[in-house]
Design a protein around this ligand. Structure first.
Ligand code: 6GU
Length: 226
């Protein structure tokens, strides 16, 4: 899978993909993330990429020209399944969207900044608009990193234990059960006995009950979902 991210702040995206699981995904050639600096695609003086909004108002707007130059240049080399604009007014990202995006071959992510991007780009190039939650970030970069992480770890072969993505919280609209590791007793706090029993059926039942109880208590809304 290939994910190409267009940004005016490439530095914000250099860290997240060079560690741990996403680094391993890249090393195994399962996921290639390319960071594209929008400023390399502007023809304006001093690498200008934004301008004042028509009609007035606070903040700057990313101009159509550099964005379209970048998008069309990338499209010369790659057929994109989706061109996604990260924006607080997009569809709220969830596990189901991560699952479906993880089946795609090539994605382009566009990070907005300032007050957003010229609306004509949204109308003519963007195929999906995604938000990561009801709060405002200063740009789409951290949201793009969140999406890439959530999608990347679902690509078959990226996680060592294939079943581990399927048992995540949210894959079945249930929160995950508590987990413990050694030692069995820490400061007199004991690990639940059942987990040491070696009885897989009992353990599975216990985990399911814990998931149900935790979901009921912490996220009852998830239990009403289809
Ligand atoms: Cl995708 N972008 C920005 N700027 N803020 C957000 C967001 C995205 N999702 C939630 N807040």
């Amino acid at each position: 899978m290939q994910i190409d991210i267009i940004t005016v702040v490439p530095g914000l995206l250099e860290g997240p993909f060079s560690h741990s699981i996403l680094k391993r995904a890249a090393e195994k050639n399962l996921l290639q993330v390319n960071i594209i600096n929008l400023r390399t695609y502007t023809t304006y003086a001093r690498a200008q990429v934004d301008d004042y909004p028509f009609g007035g108002g606070a903040g700057m707007v990313l101009m159509a020209e550099p964005l379209v130059n970048a998008i069309e240049a990338l499209q010369k080399n790659t057929m994109y399944d989706d061109i996604i604009f990260l924006t607080p007014d997009g569809e709220t990202f969830n596990q189901q969207m991560a699952n479906s995006l993880s089946l795609k071959k090539n994605l382009m992510l566009i990070c907005g900044h300032y007050k957003g991007i010229d609306h004509r780009v949204r109308e003519h190039f963007i195929t999906k608009e995604i938000s990561i939650g009801d709060y405002v970030l200063s740009g789409g970069e951290l949201a793009a990193a969140v999406l890439t992480d959530a999608i990347g770890r679902l690509i078959p072969g990226v996680l060592n234990d294939e079943s581990s993505a399927l048992s995540d919280s949210f894959q079945d609209n249930l929160l995950a059960p508590p987990v413990y590791t050694r030692p069995e007793v820490f400061r007199e706090w004991k690990v639940p006995e059942v987990l040491l029993s070696g009885n897989h059926k009992l353990i599975e039942d216990w985990r399911h009950n814990q998931s149900m109880e935790r979901t009921q208590k912490l996220r009852p809304d998830l239990l009403d979902k289809p």
